[in-house]
Design a protein around this ligand. Sequence first.
Ligand code: ATP
Length: 505
Amino acid sequence: MARVSFVTRERANMKWTLKKVFKKDGFRPLQEEVIISVIEGHDVFLQASTSFGKSLCYQLPAVLKEWGLTLVVCPLLALMTDQVNYLKGLGVSVATINSNTSSEERQRVMDDMLCGHPSTRILYVTPELLQTENFRRRLLIVHRQRQLVRVAIDEAHCISEWGHDFRTAYKELGWLRKNLVNPKIPITAVTATATPNVREDIIGILGLNLNDLRLFNTPSDRPNIHYEVRYRPNLEDDSAEAESSQLLNLHNWLKATRLRREARLGIEGSQNPPMSGIVYVGTRMMAEQLAVKLSSDETVHAIAYHAGVEAKKRTEIQSTWKSSRSFQPAQGRPNPTFSIIVATNAFGMGIDNPDVRFVVHWTPPKSFESFVQESGRAGRDGCAAVSLVYYGIQERDHIRNLIFRDAESHRGPNTKENRDVKVLSFGKVIKYCETITRCRHELIKEFFGDHELEEMGSQRPASDNVPVSSSPCDFACDFCKEGRGGLAMRRAKMGSETELYAYNE
Ligand SMILES: Nc1ncnc2c1ncn2[C@@H]1O[C@H](COP(=O)(O)OP(=O)(O)OP(=O)(O)O)[C@@H](O)[C@H]1O
C-alpha cells in the first residue's frame, strides 16, 4: 500500500520536475525506472549507450527533494563545466570544485556545504579532490548533518584498470562506501562502455550492495547509427598515394551526402545550416593537415582540434561548431555544407552536440571502447547518423607496434597488464573491422557482454518498437546492406587473406 502511494505521488512529481525544471516532454524508455530506483535509495548501476541521457538519472532525483546534497564525481573538467553551465541555465543550484575554481568560490561552496542546510543541490568534483583529507573531512561533516543524500559516479568505467580511461584516483572511490555509513549513502554508477571485467571492478571497488543493487542497461550499440568500415588499399611503398585516394574517397562520400540532402530537401544545400561532423585522427599534425586538405573543397569548413590548441581557442572552436545553425562562412566563401572538427582523442567523452551527422575515424581507433565513445558523438538527437572507419593493414600494424612500444617505454609493475588490456581492446577493433560475416551492431553488443548483463538480471527497455526486418540492425550497417560478398570484395583491396588476423569467421 505504502509503495503504491509512493509510486503514484513520486511519478507525478518526477514528470512535473522533468517538464518544469529540465524542459523535457517525457522520459526516454527506462529512464523513469532508473530514476525511481535512485529515489528509493538503492545502489544503482546503469550501463546505457552513448546519448541515452544518463546524467538526468541522477540530476532529476537531486532536485526533486527540497533539500540535500548530491555529490557527482566526474573525470573531465570540460564535461563538468558543460554540465554545470547547463544546470545553471535551468536554474538548478549547482556548483563545482576543481582546479579552475577560484579560492573565493571554493570557500563559498565549502561554507555552504557545511552550513547545516546547503543550498547547493548538486556538487561536481574530480576524483582527485575526493582523495584529499581536507575534502573528505568536510564531506563526513555534511554526512553527519544528514545532508548528503547520494553520490553519483559518472563515467564509472574509469575505475577499472581493464577500462580504456583508467584513473588511479577513481580506484580510491571505495572510500565512499567504507566511510559514509550510518546511514549508508546510496551510490549511482553510470557508464556507456563497460566490458564484463570492468563491470565487476565497478561493483567490487565501489562496494555496491549486491543484495540491493538495481542493474539497468540498454543495448551498447546505437540503432540510429549506420556503422561502416572502408578498407584502405595496401600500397606499402606509396603511402602518399594511399593517403590521397582516402582523401578522395572521403570527399566523394561528402559530395554524395550533400547531393542526397539537396534531393531530399528540394533546395540548394547552401540555404541550409551546415551539417556537423567529426573526423578523428591519430596525431596533432595530422589534424592540422587534414583540416586544410578537407577545406580545399569549398563546401567544407574543417578546423583542427587537439591538446596543442590553446584552451581559449578550443572553447571557441567547440562553441562555433556547436551552434552551426548560426555559422558565418569566411569572407569570399559560400555558406559551407559541412562544418567539421578534425580532432585527436582530446575531443571525445561527454561532447553533447545533438546534431552531429557523421563521425569518421581516419585511422583505426586505438581501443574499442574509445571507438564506441567517439562514434557515439553522432546522432545524439536520435536521427540517422553515420560512423565510418578507414582501416588498412599498415595502420593496424602501426598501432599494434605503438601499443607495445608505449608499454616498454614506461616502467612500473602494471606495465604488462596494462599492455595486455590495450592489446585486447585493440584486438576487438581489429575483429570489428576485419569481420565480413556479422552485423556490426551485433558485434558491438557482443564485445560489451550485453547478454551477460541480461543474465545478471539487468532491466532493459521494453522492445515493442523493434522493426520487423530480416537484418538484425534493420540494414543499418555495411554487412547487412552489402552482404558478405560485397564486403569481401571491398576488403580484398586491402590485402591478401593471409595478412588478416584469424578474426573474420
Ligand atoms: N527524457 C529526455 N528527453 C529529451 N532529451 C533528453 C532526455 N534525457 C536526456 N536528454 C538529452 O540527451 C542528451 C544526452 O544526455 P547525456 O549527456 O546525459 O547523455 P549520456 O547518456 O551521459 O551520454 P554519453 O555517455 O555519450 O555522454 C542531453 O542533451 C540531454 O539533455
